[in-house]
Design a protein around this ligand. Structure first.
Ligand code: 1GP
Length: 243
């Protein structure tokens, strides 16, 4: 039995911000990244992507679990990205969109697999935020994002997700986003919900991570920037943990 969600809640109640490193199995070179993540006391590893082309998802999960003690959460781009060898999965419902497949359809297909797995399932309201360019997540999900200046829509969407019983809200500007989720929107959304708030997409400096923490994020996710510059991992981890 895992207790990832309860440790996320515990960190939130203590005001401790958490750092999650997102691993793209297509670009993964394990040793260096995992070593840095361990040294920097990264709180969570996440794995997944809007589209994977190498067919090495399962192997990648296996390698990470062998080489690292950091809890591994699947951040699934679709219902093919399920592996019992991870610790947990964000069961994402794309509540910013109106595509029934991403709200419930894929989940129906995944349900028996998830039931048979030993994964800790964390139902999560996933919200895509407009970020200045078309992102893979937007294109693949066939949905429109929440406009970046519509804080009220974002807040009401997150509140509705919480009322429906979703246990976390993940606001994502999309991988490699030009503009991150605006601080003002994070502030508004975090004021409207009690559940942990995850922020990701385009966070490429310690300053951007701190800005999101200040605005009310509980978990910061970084992927793309670390693929370009591994030395950022420690810097961003320090900035988040000393917040
Ligand atoms: C994307 O939020 C994640 O879904 C991470 O985004 O790759 O831009 O860090 P980046």
């Amino acid at each position: 039995m895992h207790n990832l969600y309860s440790s996320i809640l515990k960190a939130k109640s203590r005001g401790k911000k958490q750092f999650a490193v997102l691993i793209d199995p297509d670009k993964f070179s394990p040793d260096e990244l995992l070593k840095l993540a361990e040294e920097s006391k990264v709180d969570l590893l996440m794995i997944g992507g809007s589209i994977l082309t190498n067919g090495n998802f399962e192997k990648c999960v296996e390698t990470i679990k062998k080489k690292s003690k950091i809890p591994l959460l699947i951040f699934p781009g679709n219902n093919l990205q399920i592996s019992s060898k991870a610790d947990g999965i964000l069961l994402l419902s794309l509540i910013s969109g109106r595509n029934p497949e991403m709200l419930i359809g894929k989940h129906v297909i995944a349900a028996p697999l998830l039931k048979a797995s030993r994964l800790e399932i964390i139902p999560t309201g996933y919200m895509l935020i407009e970020s200045g360019k078309q992102t893979a997540a937007l294109y693949m999900s066939g949905t429109a994002p929440i406009p970046s200046d519509k804080d009220d829509i974002a807040m009401c969407t997150a509140m509705a997700g919480e009322m429906l019983g979703l246990k976390m809200i993940y606001m994502d500007a999309g991988s490699g986003a030009k503009n991150c989720v605006p601080g003002q929107m994070i502030k508004k959304v975090s004021s409207g919900i009690q559940v942990p708030l995850i922020i990701g997409g385009g966070i490429s400096t310690p300053e951007k991570a701190v800005k999101a923490c200040k605005a009310g994020a509980d978990i910061i996710v970084v992927g793309n920037a670390l693929e370009k510059d591994r030395s950022l991992l420690k810097k961003i981890a320090n900035a988040i943990h000393s917040f």
